[in-house]
Write a protein that binds this ligand. Sequence first.
Ligand SMILES: Cc1cc2nc3c(=O)[nH]c(=O)nc-3n(C[C@H](O)[C@H](O)[C@H](O)COP(=O)(O)OP(=O)(O)OC[C@H]3O[C@@H](n4cnc5c(N)ncnc54)[C@H](O)[C@@H]3O)c2cc1C
Length: 470
Amino acid sequence: MPSMLDAVVVGAGPNGLTAAVELARRGLAVEVYEAAGAIGGGARTEELTLPGFRHDPCSAVHPLGVGSPAFEAMPLAEHGLQWLHPGLPLAHPFPDGSAAVLSRLVGDTAAALGPRDAGAYRRLLAPFHGKWPVLARDFLRTQWDGLPKDPLLYARFGLWAGQPASLLVRRFRDAKARALFAGLAAHGIAPLTGLGTGGMAMVFALAAHERGWPVPRGGSQSIADALASYLRSQGGTVHTGFEVKRLDDLPPARAYVFDTSPTALARIAGLGNAYRGYRYGPSVFKVDYALSAPVPWTSEAARRAGTVHVGPTYREIGDALSAAVHGRDPSVPFLITAQPSLIDPGRAPAGKHTFWVYGHVPNGWTGDATELIERQIERFAPGFRDLVLARAVQGPPQLAARNANYVGGDIATGSVAGLRLLIRPKLARVPYATAHPAVFLCSSATPPGPGVHGMSGHHAARAVWRRLRG
Ligand SMILES: Cc1cc2nc3c(=O)[nH]c(=O)nc-3n(C[C@H](O)[C@H](O)[C@H](O)COP(=O)(O)OP(=O)(O)OC[C@H]3O[C@@H](n4cnc5c(N)ncnc54)[C@H](O)[C@@H]3O)c2cc1C
């Protein structure tokens, strides 16, 4: 071990590993320290239920991963990462057995919405089709740090993206298109009336048309494993089972990069009240199922989609989000579900399946939403319960115990409501830097926020590089 490392990274989540890779690739001596027994953070895969059933306890579907400029610039395929695409990225079924779908093509998606809304969908998305590389670079960053690559495109997209989903859906005449958009916006876990929630929906829709909504072969762990393998090939080292409690726990280094919550960073690095105003958002109730057969969706489209949104109307989805945000118990949850074993049969024994589901609940909620979730699935897939071989549930306390970054079970490591997606962890030109000149933050508590895309790690690594070069 060199007497003085160039950089120590605390936390081996997608952002920590990306930061480590980008620094090691520049020839720096880098070590990563991870509290859990295995690397990955939100990109893990485990046998949570029965032998042979490989579940993703956190992230499962990766539109932002496959479309990440940071990941695209790394040879991750050579390190075992293989993206598998479902026949259909997303289905949003309705009680009558029909579905809105998000397909790889703008035209097919528009057509499935029916003649009254096809034109509106096309007019909204088609102008940005083919422009993902520029849009991803311009939006997956701190918005005020440097000029956008294509200012005109940035302004045009920003005009729509800044709107609340509640305003954007007024372009659509039918309930199905509105429900589809609400479901996409709900990935942000913020009220649909919030600024930028329309942009959330547009980014996820555009990602489907540009790059798809794939799952990694073998599970989300493959993303973390590929990053770590590439890191080792660049001379980096990863230690697991090492919870960092104080800066003194770590070897001497020129820079310390934290893939942690801002609260933990302040505690560990002695930054006092630096992030006192930082707010955490709602949580989710997660259930992983081992099934004896695929989910018996009434909708044919849902039976071949990688992701299925369960929430029949804009109103129902909005109410579910609002309850979680305002601390009310869930009653009819909106569900984001994924069917990885349909695309990657190795996730379960022959003929059997894994099924991934979460619904939104308040931060710190201690109830059990299993019954509510299964009642909701049964509305769209009668007979579902008969297929359940085993289930593993994680409410907010279990999520927080799994990963210290999920404060109160907040899977985004910080509220994304209002301007908080842009201004995180607090207003600063370089939000990755801290008051301590050698200490940096790289987690999803920094722009561009949650998701397995490594872009926070990428931008933090650039800030570290600039500082070390003087
Ligand atoms: C249920 C659920 C579903 C999700 N679904 C998706 C999805 O489908 N697609 C998607 O793109 N995203 C999804 N996400 C979000 C995604 O997982 C996160 O946004 C992403 O993992 C954030 O990456 P990160 O590197 O910032 O932090 P994390 O992935 O949280 O990693 C942080 C790491 O730091 C470690 N750590 C923390 N404190 C310390 C310490 N003191 N010492 C040492 N190590 C420490 C943690 O153990 C952890 O390994 C989901 C998350 C959850 C929980």
